[in-house]
Design a protein around this ligand. Structure first.
Ligand code: SF4
Length: 246
């Protein structure tokens, strides 16, 4: 499979992805953002001391979960020593610990932990993906990197559109990334003015899935108590209700 090396090639490769497996393969072979490619590879080379014996993935991280999902969880980007290490989104880091524990409590994951790509995790009615597919320095992609990566997200939304009913945006970055995805996937222009992000924010339009806002499951939020397990439970209970998931 040819590597994707420019923003124009990302557009073309994402557009011709025939299914999620094909899309995932295209994502994993993407080299279109020079700064992020350098960073993901440097992190994979230098490693964190606790993981020095492990082989890091060091590539873009595809989406995860049910191809017929009714609920999608949209994050910011993979973590340098989480998804960028294990090759699976929200896997092997503290954010994932919090997220998958909540998904398990909600009956949307078969186990409460996500530690490695081969750990047996399975999601029910749920797909998880990120607005940017490579780990960025300081968890901050540039606007240009966000826009370059957007076609992967937009095509993924198109591919799960037949079943998708609710999107949970983790944080303001993901919330903002949803509007172009809505336009690309459903032909719906973003509302003007755009609704503000907030925990518990809810938006629904004439077409497309309902949108729920949730504080990001970052350590910054969970360690400080800004986001508690109860708050996450409330969001996923609401998502299930809106999506018609038992
Ligand atoms: S961030 Fe997205 S577009 Fe940029 S290199 Fe990674 S996968 Fe490709």
């Amino acid at each position: 499979m040819a590597e994707t090396r420019t923003p124009v090639e990302v557009v073309a490769r994402a557009a011709r992805a025939t299914d999620l497996a094909d899309l995932d393969a295209g994502v994993a072979d993407c080299f279109a953002c020079p700064r992020l490619v350098d960073w993901r590879e440097e992190v994979a080379r230098t490693k964190r001391a606790a993981f020095r014996d492990q082989e890091y993935w060091g590539r873009p991280v595809p989406g995860l979960g049910d191809p017929a999902a009714r609920i999608a969880i949209l994050g910011l980007a993979p973590a340098a020593h989480g998804g960028n290490r294990t090759g699976r989104i929200f896997t092997g880091d503290r954010s994932g610990d919090v997220l998958f524990a909540a998904l398990h409590r909600a009956g949307l994951a078969n186990q409460p932990t996500s530690v490695a790509a081969d750990d047996g995790l399975a999601l029910r009615e749920t797909r998880i993906f990120a607005a940017v597919r490579c780990a960025p320095p300081d968890n901050k992609p540039t606007p240009g990197e966000r826009d370059t990566c957007a076609p992967w997200l937009h095509r993924e939304v198109e591919l799960i559109r037949p079943t998708l009913r609710v999107v949970v945006a983790l944080g303001a970055f993901a919330w903002a990334a949803w509007w172009p995805a809505l336009r690309a996937g459903y032909g719906v222009p973003p509302p003007s003015p755009r609704p503000s992000f907030g925990h518990g924010a809810h938006w629904s339009g004439t077409a497309g899935p309902e949108l729920l806002g949730c504080y990001h499951v970052s350590q910054q939020n969970t360690f400080t108590g800004r986001l508690t397990p109860e708050m996450l439970d409330d969001v996923f209970a609401r998502a299930k209700l809106l999506a018609g998931v038992d």
